[in-house]
Design a binder for this molecule. Structure first.
Ligand code: URA
Length: 217
């Protein structure tokens, strides 16, 4: 374990066979039994390995990323995300339909704070901490210029991965954090169905966040 209490995984940004979180492993087993055609395993990051923009989501959705094996793909939350990525020149298509649909991301990569499907879309603290080792390595291996955190859980996980104190960088929609010697961190409300349908997050608000991200690249 390292000083933050996370498991040390030197050099490993992703483990496709990870079963480190007993609750998540058991949940994946149960969902796999019900939907044998689903991916039902940790979902890897997707996109340009040399990306200057790294987007951090929460965790795979049951019938979306957990089914398709690509972040935000098949998830309602992916509709606004991929259409925005396309509008800002990061995606080759406005829609991500399946892991083999040929969609490519340029200068952008998407990952999740937690790589496995959590029950009720809610990972617990121990799972977020356990998975944070992957995010730490992912960021350190090729530091992006901008990290875009979708939602508070992603924000907290991103700060933890960077070794930053939460009290120095309070989450806020469209907040820009400029820690010395580190990537710029930009926050957005998560583009979830709930947030978009209640208009807590509108397309215009999300586009404003991407304008900010573009300006910092
Ligand atoms: N799908 C993902 O991959 N991540 C999210 O945060 C939501 C849906």
């Amino acid at each position: 374990m390292n000083s933050r209490g996370d498991r040390d995984r030197p050099g490993i940004a992703f483990d496709p066979g990870c079963r480190a979180c007993p609750r998540l492993a058991a949940h994946l087993d149960a969902v796999r039994a019900k939907y044998p055609d689903y991916h039902c395993a940790p979902v890897p990051a997707f996109g340009d390995p040399a990306a200057r923009l790294l987007i951090v989501g929460l965790a795979p959705g049951e019938h979306g990323a957990n089914a398709t094996g690509r972040p935000f793909t098949g998830d309602y939350a992916g509709r606004l995300l991929y259409s925005t990525l396309y509008a800002f020149g990061f995606a080759s298509e406005p829609e991500s339909r399946a892991a083999d649909d040929g969609l490519a991301l340029t200068d952008c990569r998407i990952t999740n704070a937690v790589k496995c499907l959590p029950p009720g879309n809610k990972p617990i603290g121990a799972e977020i901490r356990e998975c944070n080792g992957f995010l730490q390595v992912e960021i350190a291996a090729r530091p992006p210029k901008v990290l875009l955190a979708l939602g508070r859980v992603a924000h907290d996980a991103t700060l933890r991965a960077l070794g930053l104190r939460q009290r120095d960088h309070v989450f806020g929609h469209a907040a820009v954090h400029r820690p010395a010697g580190q990537p710029v961190v930009i926050d957005s409300y998560h583009c979830s169905r709930y947030n978009t349908q209640t208009r807590r997050l509108t397309e215009a608000m999300f586009h404003d966040v991407f304008r900010l991200a573009r300006a910092h690249l």
